[in-house]
Ligand binder design. Structure first.
Ligand code: NAG
Ligand code: NAG
Ligand code: NAG
Ligand code: NAG
Ligand code: NAG
Ligand code: NAG
Ligand code: NAG
Ligand code: NAG
Ligand code: NAG
Ligand code: NAG
Length: 876
């Protein structure tokens, strides 16, 4: 019997419960609507061994090259590839060790999903949740490609993005804006196009955070404000909801070839994300056939052996706690291999996965040396900032922006959503007296990058806060851009940007012929608290007394345009109904060209075509279960039961007959569109066959000595303080481990070291899952006519009713963005795949087409679906 450390497996599982025995025939006890979970059922069944890469789905060439590379490596070199060098030890936010013998410089991992964090001369792109409003595959791809190209030129190997977790279960979730949309199909298409763009630029995309990381409060164990120690929150999700909602966009990312996936801080069904064998081994590497590598969120690794066997491939930033100088891997990984606890094939697989992603994205051809340093803007400084070692040239200040500012301006304008317009828009620029109101119209007095990680809400809101941010090269403010418009025509424009100067606001509003009010709502990552919001929003109203600002202006101005910069929905029913509010525009988090983008829309150079990628509810409670803000379980894991299942956002509103202010998919144009002539054609794809057979055996690449003397520090090695190396400090293994529990005998999870061929998973078979899930079963076409007087862009949307009693009323399945001249028509064409018409069946662990009647709907929003047709599923 192999041994392992119980501490490792149970580390931070303060709900000290042993993992249950494997269940026969996949009969997992799951949390679901009839069995709503709580502590007893919210368990994550063990799944071992960790599946090894097989090169399927276009990865074979990369796989063969990776195997060849890793075959040359020593054990210490393999450990170097998998282990981060420690927080602030090297130039990037994450770095793995080098392989000097082969001239391999290590890997640089860098934030963020919307541009490069901690670097100068970079672009600040629209946030994920904003570009989602473009519903445009081309914009998703171009944004990904351009961010990727900037990363490549700074020397970054792995971009820490895109985001589809959080998905956006509740709009208060602090990091929702980093991802795309609470709809899994819109998110899935956006993430796939983003991954392709990033990786075509020659950089590895790291899709994150896997999975159910739906709130900031309690995401990690620790002391939380004044609430004392609280263990990490457990997101308890049933199998059907997992597949039909949260896992869905990850499947698209894997199918698109994402080279990396980041496991999340939170627990899933009471097992830590980064050592959860069910979600990593079974779902991701097994069922979804993921070929790349799993890396931990920063300090989300909580064990050595247990996380290794549960499928983790890279630890970030490498140390147990920031700057502890200790690691669950590094020397401990070396030890766990030479003492026989972890089979060598598992380490080989981790190394091959990392290098396969490297070759898959052509990093060998695209790489340039890292030419910036995250921890300083100085030209010269310490290469190893934390250890204060290696004083040298650290910032070459390479301007990597190219002409991306022009794309950013256009992308943000095309992502702007016109929610209300009584006819005042577009403005002409000849308005006699334009008044601009709001702190959100102007620049942060502290500078566009004046608050660390954008952790404040001063001036116009161009992005949220936290690690998912980039430094602005400049920030064009709305006030600057509007002044330019108006002054061109020699008209009058004035502003009040102090939100509390009520008498001046009233005085100006009375004079104005048009008033434009800028308001915002911010959120971010939980390590920064802004105005009492610890990442997650406390409410869904405006910040900086924005509501009072709007009320003050509208009391004196019958032509008030409200422009919203926000991370998600805000409660605006009052303004929808106020006749003095003549227009409402949502501009999201537009990035560096904010003012130009909004001016393009307000003054009609761009006819707005964006559609809201989330629902605007009349009140916060309309969105369903709230976030957990207070510990529910003492110091133990707060239990967050996702009892609403697949019913989030519009699906929840539909189910509860709640009328939203503006529904998912809604957005106006300066022209109008009509829908007609829905036709469905059926393909000859035939029935679905589950994947069968067995995998190959796990390859072991080379061998290793078990002699501790081979793994000691090289003679005369100059080491950096607190830096994580692979070497052992002693030939006494227990001493080298520095772990009082070293060598304590415990049973390893059953099957965890077994490298023999394994049964293939029925719903699997290739990256993304069983390839037949993407068979096109039907193609729908419909005619969209521009019935107005100017050219415009419309986003026809295809929804399905899957017909069952536990299915949402409708679910989005496809869309396109069409540019149509006035009086002209265009044809909307949308495929419907097997996955689109299927439900997840927990009993057979596969996708099935239910016998309920299925209906296709086409129209301009989730509640404006004039066309419908039924689907004939015979033969599938
Ligand atoms: C819900 O979970 C219980 C307990 O695991 C199981 O018996 C039941 O079949 C599940 N129901 C559905 C709809 O999956
Ligand atoms: C591991 O990486 C470190 C840091 O880059 C490097 O100094 C060391 O030589 C590497 N060790 C091996 C065995 O390649
Ligand atoms: C090895 O890991 C244990 C925790 O599992 C940790 O306490 C110890 O400090 C680590 N050792 C080294 C040398 O990093
Ligand atoms: C092997 O090494 C790992 C990592 O240090 C340690 O946790 C484990 O207890 C060791 N097992 C044995 C049998 O020595
Ligand atoms: C920045 O905004 C905060 C609220 O988020 C406010 O308290 C502070 O006074 C503002 N500072 C400046 C310089 O505008
Ligand atoms: C909602 O939160 C914002 C930001 O903290 C705050 O400015 C506002 O006053 C809050 N709204 C209400 C109604 O409490
Ligand atoms: C609308 O604006 C006018 C001033 O133009 C004002 O007299 C009226 O009270 C306002 N109405 C509302 C509902 O605020
Ligand atoms: C606002 O009020 C003025 C003065 O009564 C009127 O001329 C104008 O048409 C009104 N504007 C709107 C948009 O209702
Ligand atoms: C290590 O450094 C010492 C002192 O400079 C030198 O005498 C010795 O030869 C070196 N050893 C090796 C293996 O390079
Ligand atoms: C290992 O030895 C080096 C060099 O003496 C020392 O700096 C480091 O702190 C030691 N590491 C551990 C984990 O004991």
């Amino acid at each position: 019997m192999r041994v392992w450390r119980p501490q490792a497996f149970l580390a931070f599982l303060s709900v000290a419960r042993a993992q249950p025995a494997p269940y026969p025939n996949n009969s997992y006890p799951i949390v679901n609507a009839t069995n709503p979970g709580g502590l007893d059922n919210a368990i994550s069944p063990p799944f071992y061994p960790s599946p090894w890469i097989d090169g399927s789905g276009g990865w074979d060439d990369a796989y063969q090259r990776a195997k060849q590379f890793v075959s040359q490596l020593t054990l210490l070199e393999k450990v170097n590839l998998t282990t981060g060098t420690g927080w602030m030890s090297d130039a990037c936010v994450g770095n793995v060790g080098s392989i000097p013998r082969l001239g391999f410089p290590g890997l640089c991992l860098q934030d963020s999903p919307l541009g490069i964090r901690f670097a100068d001369y970079v672009s600040a792109f629209p946030a994920g949740g904003t570009i989602a409003a473009s519903w445009d595959r081309g914009e998703f791809y171009r944004r990904g490609y351009q961010i990727g190209a900037e990363m490549r030129e700074k020397g970054i190997d792995v971009m820490l993005g895109p985001v589809v977790g959080p998905l956006g279960r509740n709009p208060k979730g602090g990091r929702n804006w980093e991802g795309f949309s609470p709809d899994p199909v819109l998110s899935g298409i956006a993430v796939a196009q983003s991954v392709k763009g990033i990786q075509d630029a020659g950089v590895i995309a790291c899709t994150k955070h896997y999975i159910a990381n739906e709130q900031e409060h309690f995401r990690s164990p620790g002391n939380f404000e004044d609430q004392g120690f609280v263990d990490a929150l457990s997101s308890n999700i049933d199998d059907k909801t997992m597949h039909e909602l949260y896992l869905w966009p990850f499947a698209d990312a894997v199918r698109a070839g994402t080279g990396a996936i980041m496991c999340s801080y939170n627990k899933i069904n009471n097992s830590q994300g980064c050592q959860n064998s069910y979600i990593q081994n079974y779902l991701l590497k097994g069922e979804l056939g993921f070929q790349g590598f799993i890396l931990s969120d920063w300090d989300a690794q909580h064990s050595g052996v247990a996380s290794t066997l549960a499928g983790l491939d890279m630890t970030m930033p490498g140390d147990t706690d920031f700057n502890s100088g200790l690691s669950f891997w590094g020397p401990n990984l070396t030890l766990s291999i030479i003492n026989g606890t972890v089979p060598q094939w598992r380490l080989d697989d981790a190394a091959v996965r990392i290098m396969a992603a490297y070759y898959y994205t052509n990093r060998d051809k695209a790489a340039v040396p890292v030419n910036f340093n995250s921890w300083s803007t100085d030209t010269y400084g310490y290469e190893h900032m934390h250890g204060q070692a290696g004083y040298t040239l650290i910032n070459e200040h390479v301007d990597v922006r190219q002409e991306h500012g022009m794309s950013i301006r256009l992308a943000a304008a095309r992502s702007t959503v016109l929610l209300k317009n009584t006819g005042v828009l577009p403005l002409t620029g000849f308005e006699k007296f334009t008044a601009v109101f709001g702190d959100d119209a102007t620049e942060n007095p502290l500078g566009p990058n004046g608050c660390p990680d954008h952790g404040c809400d001063n001036g116009t809101l161009g992005m949220g806060w936290g690690s998912g941010t980039a430094w602005f090269p400049y920030l064009v403010t709305p006030l600057e851009a509007i002044k330019n418009e108006v002054l061109r025509n020699n008209r009058v424009v004035q502003s009040v940007t102090n939100n509390w100067a009520y008498s001046q606001i009233t005085a100006l509003a009375k004079q104005a012929t048009v008033s434009i009010v800028f308001v915002n709502a911010d959120s971010g990552e939980g390590y920064i608290t802004v105005d009492g919001n610890a990442g997650d929003r406390r409410n869904l109203t405006f910040w900086q007394d924005g509501d009072e600002l709007i009320r003050t202006v509208t009391a004196s101005s019958n032509n008030t345009i409200v422009v919203i910069h926000s991370v998600g929905p805000v409660v605006i029913e009052e303004y929808k109904n106020n006749p003095n509010v003549t227009a409402i525009v949502w501009a999201g988090l537009p990035g560096e060209q904010s003012g130009n983008s909004i001016a393009d829309v307000l003054y009609g150079r761009i006819n707005p075509g964006g559609k809201t990628p989330f629902t605007w509810g009349k009140q916060a409670s309309d969105f369903g279960p709230d976030l957990i803000y207070d510990p529910t379980n003492g110091a133990l894991s707060p239990q967050d039961n996702f009892n609403e299942g697949v019913f989030i956002d519009y699906r929840y509103f539909d189910k509860n007959n709640a009328t939203p202010t503006y529904e998912f998919g809604f957005g106006l144009s300066y022209t109008t569109f009509e829908y007609s002539d829905l036709k469905i054609s059926k393909s000859s794809a035939g029935p679905y066959t589950p994947t069968t057979g067995q995998t190959i055996a796990a390859p072991t690449l080379g061998n290793h000595s078990t002699d501790p003397a081979q793994y000691q520090w090289p003679a005369n090695f100059t080491y950096v303080r607190n830096y994580i190396y692979p070497y052992l400090n002693s030939t006494d293994l227990a001493e080298a481990s520095k772990d009082p529990q070293y060598g304590v005998e415990v049973e390893l999870p059953e099957g965890s070291t077994d490298g023999s061929p394994q049964p293939r998973i029925a719903a699997g078979g290739a990256p993304g899952g069983n390839p037949q899930l993407w068979d096109v079963l039907f193609t729908a076409t419909a005619t969209v006519t521009n019935t107005g007087k100017i050219a415009g862009e419309e986003i026809p949307q295809l929804y399905l009713s899957l017909g069952g009693p536990s299915d949402p009323k409708v679910v989005l399945r496809n869309f396109d963005r069409l540019s149509i001249q006035p009086g002209q028509s265009a044809t909307f064409t949308a495929d419907i795949t097997r996955r689109d018409v299927s439900n997840w069946d927990p009993a057979t662990q596969n996708w099935v087409i239910s016998n309920y009647p299925k209906t296709v709907y086409v129209g301009g929003s989730s509640r404006n679906l004039p066309l419908s047709a039924s689907l004939d599923l015979g033969g599938y």
